[in-house]
Design a protein around this ligand. Structure first.
Ligand SMILES: C[S@@+](CC[C@H](N)C(=O)[O-])C[C@H]1O[C@@H](n2cnc3c(N)ncnc32)[C@H](O)[C@@H]1O
Length: 275
């Protein structure tokens, strides 16, 4: 999705609540973009490192699973680089040319000892064929929720075809609190690790709904000129639904680990093995 100019009233943006208010305040300076497009990818990359719990959990699980790692929906490499630092050979698969471009830039600035063990691949995680198998296939950052239901069987089939015998599919998703059916709007201040800027990260989610919207706006926009408002709408994939789909696709769940942190709704790490 390309960047587009917004009317001062933020009409037609689909944004509500605080995100719509922030856009209305910016008026015609607001430029809406997708969080993974040319304008949004650097913003995502700037704030992506701010959630350390999942990385820690994935690393401690990977330590007991030998072999090369396939990092699906790798983005700019938030998980790829820690996996490389573990000493693994890592294939980083990513659909967006902008995101994989950032990953390649980061690799170019990395010591050859790490860079030499990484293979970036631009492909769709629901339809890929790499002609080799991996000890672990990782789909982190709750990115399973980016795939529509009709694309998920393709993902499960591709993962099966790329797992070595005894290999593991590690994926994170949202643990939805069934008792919680209220409207949810939360906001955190996210530090930009590269630029040093701060961003307002607004998440809007009604628990009964099947999606949530994340909007990222500079906390201290410059006094004049355009201001990028990066937004993405992500499907919500509750853990029990994901477990049922994995089992129907021929996987057995070997472990389930809650991931601490991350606000009101926490994430969960599933470890699955193809039967
Ligand atoms: C939430 S980001 C996670 C990136 C990275 N794993 C991280 O932790 O920062 C999700 C990524 O999935 C990518 N993506 C979306 N749909 C995809 C697909 N069908 N195949 C591969 N990547 C996809 C997006 O371009 C984006 O970079």
């Amino acid at each position: 999705m390309g960047a587009m100019l917004l009317s001062p009233a933020a009409a037609g943006t689909g944004l509500t609540g605080r995100a719509a208010e922030a856009v209305a305040e910016l008026g015609d300076r607001a430029v809406l973009c997708d969080l993974y497009d040319e304008a949004g990818a650097p913003v995502y990359h700037d704030i992506a490192g701010t959630t350390p719990h999942e990385v820690r959990e994935l690393l401690s699980t990977l330590r007991r699973i030998p072999g090369p790692v396939l990092d699906l929906a790798a983005g700019s490499g938030r998980l790829t680089f820690p996996f490389l630092a573990l000493g693994r050979e890592v294939t980083a698969l990513e659909l967006s040319g902008h995101m994989i471009g950032l990953l390649r830039e980061r690799l170019a600035a990395t010591p050859a000892s790490l860079r030499g063990r990484c293979t970036p691949v631009q492909a769709d995680m629901s339809d890929f064929s790499l002609g080799r198998r991996f000890g672990a296939v990782v789909l982190g950052t709750t990115s399973i929720s980016l795939l529509p239901p009709e694309a998920r069987p393709g993902l499960y089939r591709c993962v099966r075809e790329h797992l070595a015998p005894g290999g593991r599919f590690l994926l994170t998703t949202v643990e939805v609190d069934a008792a919680d059916d209220g409207s949810d709007e939360s906001e955190i201040l996210a530090p930009g690790e590269i630029t040093g800027r701060s961003y307002r990260m607004i998440e809007q989610w009604t628990s009964g709904n099947s999606s949530r919207t994340v909007t990222v706006i500079p906390a201290d926009p410059p006094a004049e000129g355009p201001v990028h408002v990066a937004t993405t709408t992500i499907g919500v994939m509750p853990a029990p639904l994901l477990v049922a789909e994995l089992e129907a696709a021929g996987f057995a769940i070997r472990s389930t680990t809650p991931i601490p942190g991350g606000g009101r709704h926490h994430d969960v790490l599933l470890e699955a093995e193809a039967l």
